[in-house]
Design a protein around this ligand. Structure first.
Ligand SMILES: [Zn+2]
Length: 505
């Protein structure tokens, strides 16, 4: 074979390889999760709610005043004469309705009970005043005329809020103001009609649709604001600063304010990860940032990409430990002093960005779906990052032992239960988080780890930006396995007492 002929062949081979590679890239892109998300995103964006909220925050008065507009699409099959919103801050009006278990009130209100509330002061549509009625944590707005299926309406409302001195999701302590579940958010209309559940004192009793948010917050310039979405504008107006955030396709919007916040940021897979902290614990903040980045990188690879630009881990006056919101999580600042716990909580809350954030569910009715998956994912994180041995240790220490300890004096009921069916946090935590994760480990040993990973990837693909049910989870298992696992899964979910858990090897 001559040199020239050889050269031609090599060139042809190279061209072919390049073409194959280009095809592979194109194919990869179109079949990748990102592509899938984009299609889902386009579809959801067409009829999802759009919130525009303008807030003036006055920490001296512990008040906010706000103007909110919501574009609501009637995605139901029939006509709607009214629309419902949750007014979660109204749970904080009295100590009896405060969303904390009785035994924890002393931690929630370290300086004694402090009142919080949300008053709606006007509702309008198309320049006309609308009738409305607030009852407890639910607001009913009567529409000017029936809204037909497929139609939309823009509802405007004014409200004001008192922020309690309380170390929960909504309230403030000495260092931070926590605005979780703080504005009138649309109730979900599903096959059961409007879901108007109260603010239960156990679990995360929330259920919402993915929406688009523009939120501007005017605060004294000494304050730093951390929020869902990304900052699109920051303008100084005298001694105040207006922060405008945009959050695209998220199921809630949370923000936090602190006058002493310091920020550390880094990038992972194109996502800006930040840690907000106060005091002198920079070393722990750096750790939190590393854990957050590590978790994003691991879950991106294991499940599918985090499709948002930013993710914030915020140290907070928050006695509960950790709490997930889209693109933002609250972490009790005390946990920054315990590296082991800090990593576990950061990994757990980060996993919620997939199970809760991307794939939502009715957290009142089927709380196991997000919490058990998140606990299981946290173990996956340790296995993936540090190896099976460390993963096994964490599984035993954080899940199996606490569960067995609970079982010593109690008989756990079914995992698949709604919030009001649990007597308290102890039972809820042992059953939904721990027993739920053990059930998923059991499922993993039946299906194989790779197959369960495929199930979770499919479950994510099929339900991104939506709300999934237990049935959707079972469907994903059945599709991947090609056999009907319904009975096996429901048996485990409905079983009282111990499962035949096989501990992690
Ligand atoms: Zn959780």
């Amino acid at each position: 074979m001559g040199v020239n002929r050889k050269k031609q062949l090599i060139t042809a081979a190279l061209l072919l390889a390049a073409a194959a590679f280009a095809f592979y890239i194109i194919y990869q892109k179109s079949s990748s999760f990102e592509g899938y998300y984009e299609a889902r995103a386009r579809e959801v964006r067409e009829t999802c709610p759009e919130y525009d909220i303008r807030v003036v925050f006055d920490p001296a008065l512990e008040m906010i005043t706000a103007k909110q507009t919501v574009v609501f699409h009637n995605n139901t099959a029939g006509e709607l004469r009214e629309v419902y919103f949750h007014l979660y801050p109204n749970a904080f009006r009295s100590i009896e309705s405060a969303p904390f278990p009785a035994e924890e009130l002393k931690y929630a209100y370290p300086e004694g009970f402090s009142q919080g509330y949300l008053n709606v002061t006007g509702v309008r549509a198309g320049g006309k005043k609308l009738e409305y009625r607030a009852e407890g944590t639910v607001l009913k707005v009567t529409l000017p005329e029936p809204l037909k299926s497929g139609e939309k309406i823009k509802i405007e409302m004014d409200f004001e809020e008192k922020i309690p001195f309380s170390l929960g999701r909504f309230g403030h302590g000495k260092n931070t103001y926590n605005f979780g579940n703080w504005y009138p958010i649309l109730c979900v209309y599903d096959e059961n009609g409007w879901n108007k559940d109260p603010y239960y004192s156990i679990g995360d009793p929330f259920y919402s649709e993915t929406a688009v948010y523009t939120v501007s917050i005017t605060a004294p310039s000494s304050y730093t604001i951390a929020a869902s979405g990304r900052l699109v504008e920051k303008i100084r107006e005298g001694d105040r600063t207006k922060w405008t955030f945009r959050a695209d396709l998220v199921r809630d919007f949370a923000w936090m304010a602190g006058s002493e916040f310091k920020v550390l940021s880094g990038k992972v897979d194109g996502v800006k990860v930040s840690t907000y902290y106060f005091g002198s614990n920079e070393a722990a903040a750096k750790k939190a940032l590393e854990f957050g980045k590590q978790a994003i990188r691991f879950f991106n690879d294991y499940f599918g990409p985090y499709p948002y630009e930013e993710y914030s881990i915020v140290a907070a006056d928050f006695y509960i430990g950790g709490m997930e919101y889209p693109n933002l999580v609250l972490i009790d600042w005390h946990l920054f002093d315990d590296e082991t716990l800090l990593e576990y909580v950061v990994a757990h809350e980060t996993a919620h960005q997939w199970w809760y954030g991307l794939v939502g569910n009715n957290q009142v009715k089927e709380p196991w779906l997000d919490e058990a998956l998140t606990e299981y994912s946290t173990v996956l994180y340790y296995e993936g990052v540090y190896g099976r041995r460390r993963g096994g240790e964490v599984y035993q220490d954080f899940i199996v032992y606490p569960y067995r300890f609970f079982e010593l004096g109690n008989n756990s009921g079914p995992i698949l239960r709604s919030l009001p069916q649990f007597a308290g946090w102890g039972e809820y935590d042992a059953t939904v988080y721990k027993k739920g994760a053990i059930m998923l480990k059991e499922l993993e040993s039946r299906l194989g780890k790779t197959k369960l990973r495929q199930v979770l990837r499919l479950y994510l693909r099929e339900n991104a930006y939506g709300n999934a049910t237990t049935e959707d989870f079972v469907k994903a298992v059945n599709r991947v396995m090609g056999t009907d696992f319904s009975n096996i899964i429901y048996d485990m979910l409905k079983k009282s007492g111990r499962l035949q858990e096989r501990d992690a090897a």
